[in-house]
Write a protein that binds this ligand. Structure first.
Ligand SMILES: [Zn+2]
Length: 268
C-alpha cells in the first residue's frame, strides 16, 4: 500500500483521463491520494474531483485547500472564510498548499507572508495539519514556523529540495518531510540522495507532485513527460537505494506515517 501525498490532479494535463490515471494508481497499489489545492478555485476543483470519483474509488481520494505562495497576491478579505468553509468538507485533510517561494516571487514576498500566516492561524483554529511549500525562503519560513509551532498540530514541508542544514532545522521543529521524484534525478537530486537517510521514517512521506517532476530513473518515460501517481514506486526505489533500505520498508513506513499525519481514518 502506497500513499501519494501530493497530486495536482486539477491540472489541465489530467482533464481528459482522470479516471484512467486513478485506475492505474489503484493497480499500482496506491491506496490514497491527497490532491493539492493551490487557490480558492483549485481547492473547489480538487473537492469536485474527490466527489466525482468517490463511488468508483472509495476511500482513495482526499484533498487539501489553500492558497499557494504564487497565488498570494490574490488573497482577499473573504479568502480565509472561504477556505474555512471548504475545509469543512469530509475529504479535506490539510490546510495548504501554503508557504513562501522567494525563488520566482510570482506574488510579492509581503503578500506571501500575510497569506502564509493567515493559513497557519486557520490550521491552528481548525486543528488541521499543514501542507507547506518552500523554495529559497527557508530562513523566513523557519522564523514564522518557530513562532507558531507550539500551536500547530502537524505540518509537512512538501517536495523538500533543500540542504542538510535546512532539513535539520525543519526536523528540529518536528515537521514532516515530503520527498518527490527530485530524489530520482541523477544530477540535481544528488544532494537530496545524500541527506535523505537523516529523515526518521515516522517523519518521511512520499509524493509525485504530478504532473510535474517525472522520475528520471524510469527505464522508459512517457512521450508527453507527464508524471502521474502510478509512477510513485520510482520515488520509493530512489529513496530505498539512498537509504540502503528495502522498497517494501519505505512503502510501509511512509504509508503508516501518512495515515497518521492526515488522520485518514477520522476523515472517512
Ligand atoms: Zn509546492
Amino acid at each position: 500500500m502506497l500513499v501519494d501525498i501530493g497530486v495536482n490532479l486539477s491540472n489541465k494535463r489530467f482533464k481528459d483521463d482522470v479516471g484512467n490515471v486513478l485506475q492505474r494508481a489503484q493497480q499500482t497499489q496506491i491506496s490514497k491520494l491527497v490532491l493539492t489545492g493551490t487557490s480558492i478555485v483549485e481547492s473547489h476543483a480538487v473537492i469536485a474531483l474527490c466527489e466525482q470519483y468517490s463511488d468508483r474509488f472509495p476511500d482513495m481520494l482526499f484533498a487539501t485547500c489553500g492558497i499557494h505562495p504564487h497565488d498570494a497576491d490574490d488573497l482577499r478579505a473573504d479568502s480565509i472564510d472561504r477556505l474555512r468553509a471548504l475545509a469543512a468538507h469530509p475529504q479535506i485533510v490539510a490546510i495548504g498548499e501554503t508557504g513562501l517561494d522567494f525563488n520566482r516571487n510570482f506574488s510579492s514576498p509581503r503578500a506571501q507572508q500575510v497569506a502564509f500566516e493567515a493559513q497557519l492561524e486557520l490550521a491552528i483554529e481548525l486543528n488541521m495539519p499543514l501542507f507547506m511549500h518552500e523554495r529559497d525562503a527557508a530562513p523566513r519560513q523557519l522564523e514564522i514556523l518557530r513562532h507558531y509551532r507550539d500551536q500547530i498540530t502537524a505540518g509537512v514541508i512538501h517536495c523538500f529540495t533543500g540542504d542538510k542544514k535546512t532539513l535539520f532545522s525543519y526536523l528540529d521543529l518536528d515537521l514532516h518531510i515530503g520527498i518527490t521524484g527530485w530524489v530520482c534525478d541523477e544530477r540535481r537530486g544528488l544532494e537530496l540522495q545524500k541527506i535523505v537517510h537523516n529523515i526518521p521514517l515516522q517523519r518521511l512521506m512520499i509524493e509525485t507532485d504530478a504532473p510535474y517532476l517525472l522520475p528520471r530513473n524510469m527505464p522508459s518515460k512517457p512521450s508527453d513527460r507527464r508524471n502521474e501517481p502510478a509512477f510513485l514506486p520510482y520515488v520509493v526505489q530512489a529513496i530505498a537505494a539512498a537509504r540502503s533500505e528495502s522498497a517494501d520498508e519505505i512503502t510501509a513506513a511512509t504509508a503508516a506515517t501518512a495515515m497518521q499525519f492526515f488522520n485518514f481514518n477520522r476523515a472517512m
